[in-house]
Ligand binder design. Structure first.
Ligand code: FAD
Ligand code: FES
Length: 1299
């Protein structure tokens, strides 16, 4: 084993990034490397396997591996938490294929998630290893080789497209890799022939070596699962409360690993991994005639998107089949294809069709508990037989299917008369289901429109779910997919029949053909353009694309997060017990069973809080532990501390709480409005005379848009380590937060000690996005109270599920509007009401509502305006700050009514945008002056660089020629005001020490969240002190070095801390200047030595008072912002009208960020935020039960964008020649702005849907809410199938007797 396995401990519920690679000889008997998810890998399954973790790949102490180096130097890490997983996926691929194709590379990363980067820089690093060139990074001219349009760049401008320099990279030399472990080879040759037993505290793992032994064991322990990949059993045990005292591992049994090619097909052992199955099928397809491999192709198609590579590498074929999950992608196609199962039981072997196990409709049939699946036979396809598989999932890759299907038809020879037909669906019921009756009825029919019509009705009647089964819209969508898939099969077969016999089969209309192609993930092409700094000293790093200061350490796994901190003597682990009711009185808490659990130390409740349990920052309190009542599901009621994380969690599950439900339970905005449940104050913004304006306009439209909430999904969940120091009530708190001073204040208040006893430390944070301020304070207080009570160090690392349940996220939002406009597109009046769902406590909800109001105008001049914002008080977990802070929601509403006006007036949306855009020196609705020159420049450049008009024409042309696939394009401008509203919130301080050897220790109040603040601060210090960056070190942010620092929020970190660092450095330089003047030829070290000898202080603080910002809500006037960022984005998409699926084809962004301090970091922020915006607006969907329980509590249910979701072409340009007099070195704070531009994808999708609806003569006005999921797109693309479904529902499901 190389590296420390414990460091592979992973990211949450189900790992989102692989962190280890398995080099295995067994059972395959050939050398191969696999990436795997450490969190699902049972340690006992590693017998005969070598494990390499990221530390074993390379380190700063020995040699950094080229993968690690390139990932860091290409800026592929921001917070760094996902980086080891990325390294391991790429490394594994390169070990198996030293010169991979770009397709292999994107497939290798399909199972890795990154919340920061937007993947582009990670893929840039990957491309440097690929055989084929996919990128033009090295073109310094600023003109990308991908640009086929005319020269887009101003020849006068010196622009650069180089964010890294490939010449610096070490070559990848496969001969330098660690050799395949000889021990494994020896093991493979001398396999021990004995059964292995591993006994744990509660479990026994048995690994037999032959089939007879396995059958004996299964007879002895019929309930014991056979665990191969553990991807089904593991999650059930970890999260489903399932427990198995005995587990049998069949991985070493040759019969279960068999791979046999026979005359009529392939026989594959049940323990074969899905990756192996994929390779075998691919190989067979390449060797056999096409006619024989149609089943193989269909299975392979499903395997390409089943899970990620890390899952397929361990998950077994048998496990997938036997689990009989409704979401199995293999069962429908294997069952439809007449695959056979070879089963064995002690003393008996038998062979059955796979379809038999679904014959009873619930998947319980046929296989006995003590029976095992030995192998699976997949037959060759026959002449006249057509087979297809389909799937639609919330994300194209690495997501369980919403619905899938396997279909097969066999025709009577030389005809299109159905001889045999089988249709199986997944996702429709609790297991795979067969449309038996439909198939029987259709035998003998001809493959034509009448058959299609009959089949659609039959299949709906037989398979479709009743409307009320489990949530109306989802059911409707699944039902639509059931018929849509059959229709797609119908088209595919028609087209194949044409290929076979063009004379008798006309095939399908040309405009239908494109729907037969599924969307594929291609290696994105990208370009980033920024203004290269001119006339600057070569040493001055400001304005250059400097690598993240921790980039290499992120990639080698040496970067430390809270969970990596070494354990402290006597340390305890804490698990929280949360409320299961949304609004209830706590009748009793019974912890007696929990206290009996192994290793349990204590239970912590509100009674253990020495001082403040309820914090009254506004009218309603923020609460550490619920005392008498609970106000949301997920509220912390108490906590268990134990000697291990596992023991603490096991005990927490045993705490019994009795509740008495209280009324009302308010969950939604609508319910809050009904109950008049709001946090105060409500805010209003008004200008002009709205009522009078409405009297004079040509048209008025009214509407309502819903924007769903969003989970932060930072990769590092909330984490704290509280260490009582034993003297003077001192406590060190290591915490993953954006605001250490606030944590210090809350912990001190909860313990009743002065703040000077609490030392809060933050080295780095694995992503935050606004979610680690108040919530981290409450959780730190929980840990601190426990540490105080037990006088032991207490570590609290929230599981992904608990984090999502407890900590809230972006506010769900409803915007109701009435807009008055003229026929020429001018907007005259807007009357709007915005409601945000604040959840159960105020947090920053009122502030979010205010900001949504202040930024609602986006880029437009609205002469008469009256808007209200309300923060609703509900019984959901309290929502909090999230990148963009209300702007992404209110501006989406604005852009929606802009598009509505376009629909009404018949003008294009971009025309309406242009007409109403701020044009000259103007005032915002709250009378702040703004100069929109750069807004217009961004817009014009974006129109030009994206070749918007010509591409719009091409999109129209495409749409004319394609019926079931449509494209859409949209361009959206943005004005993003920068500011925190009050001066004291943007004050900042820094502390700079120079040591006598010339090295510099820099500290400031900003937190490294992945946004590269420390890198930028070192750049600032380097310029000011005129020394290389390598002389300067940043250790940690701490309340002991910089007190009372403001939160790192609102894009302001670099602006304000940069000023403070500059101030400190200038103070030092002032002191050093006389010495430098005396010895101008000396060097830095000479001057420092001299300064010390002259008793000149070499330590200085720097300070920035903050921006003079204010807002008078009474008057509705103020200067809440200091300056404005501008931008524009153009996105193009393609949709599949039959499934609602879409592909992001291209995005061009032009962003005005002043003079960038670090273009690599800033472009990274823009791209990362943009992709997070794609998530918000098109895929991330929070789902709650009617009782207020969050369903979406992990990466399996909540889908954030992955590699497959980023635009195939992704171009970002920074606006040149932009100055900003208000911020450090004329830069602008860029952390948040890019997120809103993700809505260009939303409006491109809307454009595509509009085109569908226009073509089909559907109602012109329609509403699309955010997130615009496949389900909504499918519903908006009404067609004969949706009509058929509606008619069918009306006919059958409205009658109560229908079963
Ligand atoms: C993150 C993630 C994503 C996934 N995505 C998808 C997806 O997109 N599509 C999809 O179809 N699936 C998906 N899966 C499910 C995955 O494919 C299955 O869990 C996997 O194939 C099961 O195989 P395993 O070896 O891991 O099973 P294990 O967990 O090891 O065992 C599963 C069950 O099968 C039984 N079993 C296993 N082998 C035999 C045998 N030979 N004889 C009798 N019983 C046996 C065991 O007793 C056990 O009850 C995903 C899983 C995860 C964790
Ligand atoms: S860098 Fe990928 S999650 Fe932060």
């Amino acid at each position: 084993m190389r590296g420390q396995l414990e460091k592979t401990e992973v990211l949450g519920k189900i790992n989102t990034a692989s962190k280890c690679v398995l080099s295995s000889l067994f059972p395959l008997m050939f050398q191969r490397h696999y990436s795997a998810n450490a969190c699902l890998l049972p340690i006992c399954s590693l017998y005969g396997v070598a494990v390499t973790t990221v530390e074993g790949v390379g380190s700063t102490k020995s040699r950094v591996h080229p993968v690690q180096e390139r990932l860091a130097k290409c800026h592929g890490s921001q917070c760094g938490f996902c980086t080891p997983g990325m390294v391991m996926s790429i490394y594994t691929l390169l070990r198996n294929y030293p010169e991979p194709t770009s397709e292999q590379m994107t497939a290798a990363l399909a199972g890795n998630l990154c919340r920061c980067t937007g993947y582009r820089p990670i893929l840039d690093a990957c491309k440097t290893f690929c055989k084929e060139s996919v990128c033009c990074q090295s073109k310094a001219s600023g003109k990308c080789c991908l640009d086929h349009e005319e020269d887009l760049f101003d020849k006068e401008e010196k622009v650069s497209t180089r964010l890294f320099s490939p010449d610096e990279f070490q070559p990848l030399d496969p001969t330098q890799e660690l050799i395949f472990p000889p021990e494994l080879m020896r093991m493979a040759e001398n396999q021990p022939k004995r059964t292995l037993f591993f006994h744990g505290e509660r479990m026994t793992w048995i690994s037999p070596v032959n089939l007879d032994e396995l059958l004996d064991l299964k007879a002895a322990y019929p309930k014991a699962p056979l665990v191969v990949g553990n991807t089904n059993v593991g999650p059930e045990m970890k999260f489903g409360g399932m427990f198995h005292p005995v587990v049998i591992s069949p991985a070493r049994i040759p019969d279960l690993n068999v791979v046999k090619c026979t005359g009529d097909g392939l026989t594959l052992g049940a323990a074969c991994s899905l990756s192996l199955v994929k390779d075998i099928l691919r190989n067979a397809i390449s060797k056999l005639p096409e006619e024989k491999t149609k089943i193989f192709r269909a299975v392979l198609k499903q395997l390409r998107t089943l899970g990620g590579e890390q899952i397929r590498n361990v998950a077994s074929l048998g496990g997938n089949i036997i689990s009989r999950k409704s979401t199995s992608d293999l069962n429908p196609i294997l069952a439809a294809s007449n695959c056979m199962l070879n089963l064995a039981l002690k003393g008996r072997k038998r062979r059955i069709p796979l379809s038999d196990i679904f014959a009873d409709g619930v998947g319980n049939n046929t296989i006995m508990p003590e029976e095992i699946l030995v192998s699976v036979h997949i037959p060759h396809s026959r002449k006249g037989e057509y087979i297809s598989a389909f799937r639609q999932a919330p994300r194209r890759e690495n997501a369980l299917p919403t619905t899938n299907a396997g279909m097969r038809v066999l025709f009577e020879e030389g005809t299109d008369k159905i001889k045999d037909l089988s249709i199986f669906y997944g996702g429709a019921a609790s297991t795979t289901v067969c449309a038996k009756k439909t198939c029987w009825t259709l035998i003998g029919r001809y493959w034509n429109e009448q058959m299609l019509d009959e089949a659609s009705r039959l299949v709906l009647k037989e398979i479709a779910l009743p409307g009320s089964a489990c949530g109306g819209k989802v059911v409707e969508y699944k039902n639509t997919l059931i018929v849509s898939f059959f229709y797609r099969f119908f088209l595919e077969v028609l087209q194949s029949l044409k290929t076979m016999d063009p004379c008798h089969n006309p095939g399908i209309p040309m405009e239908y053909e494109s729907v037969l192609q599924d969307f594929q993930t291609k290696m994105p092409q990208s370009i980033q353009i920024y203004q290269a700094s001119q006339s600057q000293s070569p040493q001055d790093p400001v304005g250059r694309p400097i690598m993240h200061q921790s980039g290499i350490k992120h990639a080698t796994g040496e970067a430390i997060y809270i969970d990596d901190l070494p354990s402290v003597d006597g340390e305890l682990f804490l698990a929280v017990v949360t409320s299961s009711r949304a609004h209830a009185k706590i009748m009793s808490v019974d912890a007696s069973e929990a206290l009996k659990g192994p290793g349990v130390f204590d239970i912590i409740t509100a009674n253990d809080v020495p001082a403040t349990n309820e914090f009254h920052y506004s009218s309603d309190p923020e609460i550490i532990f619920a005392r008498d009542k609970v106000i949301c599901v997920g509220q912390i009621v108490c906590a268990v501390v134990a000697d291990s994380d596992v023991h603490a969690k096991q005990a927490a599950a045993k705490v019994k709480i009795k509740y008495e439900v209280l009324e009302p339970v308010i969950l939604t905005i609508e319910e809050a409005i009904k109950h008049n449940s709001f946090f105060e104050p409500k805010r209003k913004l008004e200008q002009g005379n709205v009522d009078r304006a409405f009297e004079t306009v040509d048209g008025i439209l009214e509407g309502e848009v819903h924007v769903g909430g969003q989970e932060h999904f930072y990769m590092e969940t909330q984490s704290v380590l509280a260490i009582p120091r034993g003297e003077d009530k001192e406590m060190d708190v290591f915490v993953s937060t954006q605001h250490p001073a606030f944590i210090q204040e809350m912990v001190a208040a909860s313990l009743g000690v002065p703040a000077n006893r609490i030392m809060c430390h933050v080295k780095r944070v694995g992503g935050a996005f606004g979610g680690k301020i108040l919530k981290s304070g409450l959780l730190a207080s929980v840990a601190a109270v426990a540490a105080n009570k037990t006088n032991r160090a207490v570590r609290l690392i929230l599981s992904r599920g608990d984090d999502m349940l407890i900590t809230g996220g972006r506010h769900p939002f409803i915007g109701k509007y009435k807009v008055g406009f003229m026929n020429d597109g001018r907007i005259r009046a807007v009357d709007a009401k915005y409601y945000i769902n604040g959840g159960c406590t105020p947090d920053e909800s009122v502030l979010v509502a205010e900001v949504s109001l202040l930024k609602m105008d986006n880029a437009y001049k609205i002469p008469n305006l009256r808007c209200w914002a309300y923060a609703c008080k509900t019984n959901l977990p309290s929502n909090t700050a999230f990148r963009g802070f209300g702007f992404p929601q209110s501006a989406l509403v604005t852009e929606t009514w802009i598009t509505d006006i376009a629909d009404k007036t018949g003008l294009s949306p971009e025309k309406i945008r242009e007409i109403n855009m701020y044009k000259e020196d103007e005032q915002t609705p709250f009378k702040q002056k703004l100069d929109p020159q750069n807004l217009i420049r961004c817009w014009n450049e974006c129109v030009e660089k994206s070749a918007y008009h010509s591409r719009k024409t091409a999109v129209k042309e495409f749409n004319k020629q394609n019926y079931w696939k449509k494209k859409g394009i949209a361009i959206v401008p943005m004005k993003f005001p920068f500011g925190l509203g009050t001066r004291y919130l943007s004050q900042a301080a820094a502390l700079v020490h120079i040591y006598t050897d010339g090295s510099v220790l820099l500290t400031h109040g900003g937190i490294e969240l992945g946004q590269g603040i420390h890198t930028k601060m070192i750049q600032v210090a380097s310029r000011e002190l005129n020394i290389p960056m390598s002389y300067i070190h940043f250790r940690e942010t701490s309340t002991t070095t910089v007190p009372n620092a403001c939160a790192s929020v609102g894009s302001a970190g670099t602006d304000v801390n940069g000023m403070a660092v500059k101030d400190a450095c200038q103070t030092l330089m002032k002191r050093l200047q006389p010495i430098i003047n005396k010895n101008p030829k000396g060097n830095w070290n000479d001057w420092i030595k001299e300064a010390f000898e002259q008793s000149v202080s070499l330590s200085a603080t720097g300070y920035f008072r903050g921006y003079n910002e204010n807002m008078d809500w009474e008057k509705g006037e103020g200067q809440p912002f200091t300056y404005f960022l501008y931008g524009a984005a153009c996105s193009e998409v393609e949709i599949n009208c039959l499934t609602g699926d879409h592909k992001n084809l291209r995005t061009d962004i032009v962003m005005d960020i002043g003079c960038s301090i670090n273009p690599a970091v800033d472009i990274g922020q823009i791209e990362g935020a943009f992709v997070q915006g794609i998530g918000l607006y098109t895929m991330e969907e929070l789902k709650y039960s009617p009782e207020g329980v969050l369903y979406t509590r992990g990466p399996d249910q909540y889908k954030i964008p992955a590699v497959c979701d980023i635009p195939e072409q992704f171009r970002v340009s920074l606006l040149s020649s932009s100055q900003n007099p208000y911020a450090i070195y004329a830069s602008k704070g860029i952390g948040e702005a890019g997120l809103f531009l993700g809505c260009s994808v939303f409006f491109a999708l809307r454009d595509a849907v509009t085109s569908v609806r226009n073509e089909r003569g559907l109602k012109k006005t329609f509403t699309l809410n955010s997130p615009l999921t496949a389900e909504q797109i499918r519903a908006a693309c009404e067609d004969d199938f949706t009509k058929m479904l509606n008619a069918f529902q009306a006919l059958y499901w409205n009658f109560p007797d229908f079963v």
